[in-house]
Design a binder for this molecule. Structure first.
Ligand code: PGA
Length: 255
């Protein structure tokens, strides 16, 4: 069956010393306190990945992820980081298509399809983000919009390739706003996404796909969100920046 995953997206936060302290604390708390089956992914700013890797040595349930990668393997793309580079650091996951990347860096569904291809070709597991704006929800086009994000960026993949995809549903109106989707809203969207995946790849692939919720998830609401049948964990922003809060979110996963 599908994995439960809680990923921390640190975004552009923390100095190096703070990052080292946070990783050490999280790794120790997870080791000492978390007994359930859950994979934890920490996605710090990319330039800390090499320094942080030794802190995860010997940890079976905590892995490193990046927050983005370029679609090309190498070349004259000043300031960018490629999937082969991440692979060479031992990174396992990469967040792709976060709404902040779509909004501030104009990432399109077509470009994200190329990024997904590059990540998969290099053995990285994409955490593919999708989600609607408040206006789209209010005008009731949210289901179609999110369906199209998957279709346009992922449905060119073979079933074998798709088996390596993790989905994160993140309503834009809930990210960093303190407005969380209700557990019913999350469940409705996640169930629809699973059905959409089943229509393309069959029920077995859909049942094995982890679909995470993101958007102001925290230690207070995580357990209820994660208890929904189609919510397989979370992509956590603000609450991943403090070790105690993040550990409590991870503990919200019940097996
Ligand atoms: P948030 O961010 O938890 O701070 O809302 C989630 C995300 O953007 O991944």
């Amino acid at each position: 069956m599908r994995k439960k995953i809680v990923a921390g997206n640190w975004k552009m936060n923390k100095t190096l010393d703070e990052a080292v302290a946070l990783v050490s604390e999280v790794v120790n708390m997870i080791k000492d306190e978390v007994t359930g089956e859950v994979d934890v992914v920490l996605c710090p700013p990319a330039l800390y990945l090499t320094t942080l890797k030794p802190y995860l040595e010997g940890q079976t349930r905590v892995a490193l992820g990046a927050q983005n990668c370029h679609e090309k393997a190498s070349g004259a793309y000043t300031g960018e980081i490629s999937a082969p580079m991440l692979k060479s650091l031992g990174v396992r996951y990469v967040i792709l298509g976060h709404s902040e990347r779509r909004q501030y860096f104009s990432e399109t569904n077509a470009q994200l399809a190329d990024k997904v291809n590059s990540a998969l070709a290099n053995g990285l597991t994409p955490i593919f983000c999708c989600g609607e704006s408040l206006e789209q929800r209010q005008t009731e086009v949210h289901l179609d919009f999110v369906r199209a994000q998957l279709t346009e960026s992922l449905f060119h993949l073979s079933p074998e390739q798709f088996a390596n995809i993790v989905i994160a549903y993140e309503p834009i109106w809930a990210i960093g706003t303190g407005l969380t989707a209700t557990s019913d809203q999350a469940q409705e969207m996640h169930a629809m996404l699973r059905q959409h995946i089943a229509s393309q790849y069959g029920q077995e692939v859909a049942d094995n796909t982890s679909i995470l919720y993101g958007g102001s998830a925290n230690e207070k609401n995580a357990a209820e969100l994660f208890a929904q049948p189609d919510v397989d964990g979370g992509l956590i922003g603000g609450a991943s920046l403090k070790s105690r809060e993040f550990t409590l979110v991870v503990k919200g996963v019940k097996n």
